[in-house]
Design a protein around this ligand. Structure first.
Ligand SMILES: Cc1ncc(COP(=O)(O)O)c(C=O)c1O
Length: 425
């Protein structure tokens, strides 16, 4: 097996930005800090976040209501500070991007506008392994329109004996059945398998079939480069608590393509933050929505929740997604090499595609015996390795290029070798 010394050599040659983050202390194993591979679930806190958050809190203490206009970062236009960096991260125009609410809430608000079943075009395409919240959301949207969710939702399954979807199969299905499809709503990177779907190809196929195409980018944003505007995506939503390191339950993001902005024919739920900022305080009874995605905002935003997103987006801006993706490819490639040495002879299978172009940083491992929960507990308590279990049999490891190290990956392989017995021994 590759040696620990080699992992250290690689870290010296290809350091990340770990020093900018707080890494939790380990409760087990022989190293002071955990090997944190769960950034696909909840990212680690940037060191800058606490001070920035305290500064926002302090403005409230000093200024009370006047902070809306007089805080160093005035609260009225605060959300605008997040717009340009969020747009850069997903490859969008600023007018197409806004940070607000939570992910599933945003998916619902977008479906109010973009899931418009009519005639025979009523169906919604999702992955069979979609995150449950997305399944519940689309089924409840079908019911909201008086439709039977079982007949309305098409669930894409891999071919028998395969773990992940093939783009060609999705494209063929859309060509064959697209005339019945109102909405395609897929995860850019699948939460379970780590598969990165071909977003431009599937978007093109869905739109050619006359459907609206939206993406849940919870596992893609901050993980892989995105070009939502150029890919002609209709809408997208993402959370900020995974790769964007903005804290548990952090505010989420929304993209609506420019071609839909300012459309008077689209239904939308509105509140006072949906009306144009210049006349908001005229307190008129009828809204005047701007021709930007801000028309989908409803309430005034939670400033203390916006601070951590702002700090995180500034960090992404300063490093750049291209550089991050390059380090990510090296780091995940190294983890894959190490797993290739540990997996043979053990009841373990890597289910994530081997082609780096078809995945982000996460590698998902299926375990043949025992439970995923039990294994992750042992990895944590005996080795200080934090991974993420999806019962019954998937353990996910995500080396995050901002703060994970080659040594973290080595610790994963070392811990798996010690924890999962070879078959027949
Ligand atoms: C792919 C995906 N969609 C939706 C959700 C639910 O997000 P929220 O609870 O922020 O609405 C998650 C949460 O992890 C997710 O991974």
């Amino acid at each position: 097996m590759h040696t620990e010394a080699e992992a250290h050599r690689r870290d010296a040659a290809d350091p990340g930005r770990r020093h900018l983050f707080h890494v939790p202390p380990a409760e087990g194993g022989r190293y002071p800090e955990v090997a944190y591979l769960a950034g696909n679930s909840l990212g680690l806190p940037p060191r800058a976040t606490r001070d920035e958050l305290l500064a926002d809190l302090d403005a409230w203490r000093r200024l009370g209501v006047e902070g809306h206009l007089e805080a160093e970062r005035p609260w009225l236009p605060y959300h605008e500070l997040l717009t340009a960096p969020a747009a850069r991260l997903v490859g969008a125009l600023p007018a197409e991007t806004v940070v607000m609410n939570s992910l599933t809430v945003n998916l619902h608000l977008l479906m109010v506008s973009f899931y418009r079943p009519a005639g025979e075009r009523t169906r919604i395409v999702i992955e069979d392994s979609a995150f449950p919240s997305d399944s519940y959301a689309v089924r409840s949207q079908a019911r909201f329109h008086g439709l039977d969710p079982d007949a309305t939702v098409i669930r894409l399954r891999p071919r028998a004996g395969e773990e992940t979807l093939r783009t060609a199969d999705v494209v063929d299905l859309l060509a064959a059945e697209g005339h019945t499809v109102a909405l395609v709503l897929l995860g850019g990177v699948n939460y379970l398998t780590g598969e990165l779907l071909d977003i431009p190809a599937i978007t093109a196929a869905g739109r050619a079939a006359g459907a609206v195409v939206g993406w849940d980018l919870a596992h893609a944003v901050g993980n892989v480069p995105l070009a939502l505007h150029d890919w002609d995506v209709d809408f997208a939503a993402w959370c900020s608590y995974k790769y964007l390191n903005s804290g548990p339950g952090a505010l989420a993001g929304v993209f609506v393509h420019q071609r839909h902005l300012g459309r008077a024919d689209l239904p939308r739920f509105e509140g006072w933050w949906s009306t144009e900022a210049a006349t908001r305080f005229e307190m008129t009874p009828v809204s005047r929505p701007p021709a930007t995605v801000e028309a989908w905002q409803i309430s005034n935003p939670p400033i203390f929740a916006m601070g951590p997103v702002r700090t995180s987006l500034e960090l992404f801006d300063s490093v750049g997604m291209t550089a991050l993706r390059e380090r990510s490819l090296r780091l995940t490639g190294w983890l894959e090499q190490l797993l290739d040495e540990v997996v043979p002879g053990r009841p373990l299978t890597v289910v994530t595609p081997r082609d780096p172009a078809r995945r982000g940083c996460q590698l998902s491992v299926r375990i043949g015996t025992g439970s995923a929960n039990e294994l992750t507990k042992r990895l944590r308590h005996e080795h200080g390795v934090i991974a993420d279990a999806r019962e019954p049999d998937i353990v996910r490891f995500a080396p995050v290029p901002l703060y994970s190290t080659y040594h973290d990956c080595w610790r994963v392989a070392d811990a798996l070798a010690a924890t999962v017995s070879e078959v027949g021994r």
